[in-house]
Unconditional design. Structure first.
Length: 277
């Protein structure tokens, strides 16, 4: 039996088991996907013992993403550029490999839901400067975005992120975010604002051009206040659930040997675990 897991501290919130167990059943694979609560001080030992524990690899969630990258023997280009790993696996010589599939997940979902997001090569604005924002900035630049604007409540963090990606990325003051939207073709919320239990994101999507797209990485609720506001104003919207589903595809293929599909049935299955459909 092939086995994989998700590791984090805490880990109970993870939706990865709902995704991977669905695919295991769908494709008739003799496999298992578990949750492993791993304390930060135990991470190195846990990763060294992956094979002994019977795991082919794992998803990595907070707070372990940066340390997992550091501990890997081989890391691919996205993981190195983003500075964190969310997917690890053992190769056929037992070496620990690391990748970051967040940019892949976000961009695949964006290209499907808003295929003309870069029409006219207008700037994209990303709100936030954490790990998700870094992955999204990487993905946007890799797929031809001419300019990315970053707005974050803490300007220093935004400047550190922009500095990692060169002149195509620049920082906008948080207080100037609405005015800067006027020429943008894409707005991405890469913060937790608007998530269930969090304060809403305060931004005027009406300042965007009529044909701009609005994406939110938050998936609980499935339609955030930002997306509802954008939809009401006729803007194209991209929800966060798709990013979650697509980022899981490469890991499943690595561990279980089948490249799975993201379908409306999978979306409904995972949405049901969030209390919505």
């Amino acid at each position: 039996m092939k086995r994989a897991c998700v590791i984090g501290w805490p880990v109970e919130h993870s939706r990865s088991p709902a995704i991977h167990r669905y695919w295991l059943k769908l494709y008739g694979i003799d496999g298992a996907y578990e949750k492993e609560a791993v304390r930060p001080e135990e991470l190195a030992g846990f990763l060294r013992s992956l094979a002994e524990r019977g795991y082919a690899g794992a998803n990595v969630t907070l707070p372990h993403k940066e340390e997992a990258l550091r501990l890997a023997f081989i890391a691919d280009e996205p993981a190195r550029a983003i500075g964190a790993a969310n997917t690890i696996w053992l190769d056929n010589t037992g070496r620990l490999n690391a990748s970051n599939t967040d940019a892949y997940g976000f961009m695949t979902n964006l290209n499907q839901e808003a295929p003309h997001w870069n029409r006219g090569r207008r700037p994209a604005m990303v709100l936030g400067a954490g790990g998700a924002a870094r992955a999204i900035v990487y993905g946007l630049i890799a797929q031809g975005s001419s300019r990315v604007l970053i707005a974050n409540r803490t300007r220093d963090r935004a400047q550190a992120l922009a500095g990692a990606f060169g002149p195509a990325v620049s920082v906008i003051d948080w207080d100037g975010r609405n005015q800067a939207l006027a020429g943008c073709g894409l707005l991405v919320n890469a913060t937790s604002l608007g998530m269930t239990g969090k304060e809403p994101l305060d931004i005027d999507v009406g300042a965007l051009p009529d044909d701009a797209a609005v994406a939110d990485i938050v998936y609980s609720p499935l339609e955030t206040p930002l997306l509802a506001s954008a939809r009401a104003r006729g803007r194209q919207t991209v929800g966060g659930l798709g990013m979650l589903l697509y980022q899981a595809v490469p890991g499943f293929e690595r561990w279980f040997g089948v490249r799975p599909e993201v379908t409306k049935e999978l979306r409904a299955h995972v949405a049901a675990t969030l209390g919505g459909a």
